[in-house]
Design a protein around this ligand. Structure first.
Ligand code: 5GP
Length: 114
């Protein structure tokens, strides 16, 4: 179930992660399998399994996640740009059922994505 996903365990400090930022609403930590020199996951502490589960009441939380991503990108020196990715569902490539945004940077990315 959603309350048992690996990201909740990271929030609860039941498993370790390289945490880059935390506040009362979110946590940002380095991906265990980085796809770029900078690969940080930004997650809400609120349990939202996927993008399809977002509700009207989450509008401020989503804005907050984006502002945290912008500040982290600046702090981590991604002055040439970066990519934000949010995978949803099996076709979207989502593997962890807890909403998360990937902040990727430190190299050039291609388009369209694979
Ligand atoms: P998704 O494919 O769901 O969009 O992304 C899930 C991401 O979580 C993957 O990039 C994967 O490497 C990362 N991940 C999975 N398990 C762990 C973990 O235990 N610790 C950390 N730091 N990242 C994880």
């Amino acid at each position: 179930m959603t309350s048992d996903n690996v990201f909740l365990k990271i929030i609860e400090r039941k498993i370790p992660a390289r945490i880059e930022f935390e506040d009362e609403r979110c946590l940002a930590f380095h991906d265990i399998n980085p796809q770029a020199p900078v690969h940080v996951l930004i997650i809400p502490k609120k349990v939202i399994p996927a993008h399809t589960d977002l509700a009207d009441e989450d509008i401020e939380l989503l804005g907050h996640l984006h502002l945290v991503a912008r500040r982290l990108a600046e702090k981590m020196g991604l002055h040439r740009g970066y990519r934000l990715v949010l995978n949803c569902g099996p076709d979207g490539g989502q593997t962890v059922p807890h909403l998360h945004m990937h902040l990727l940077g430190g190299r050039s990315f291609h388009w369209p994505p694979g």
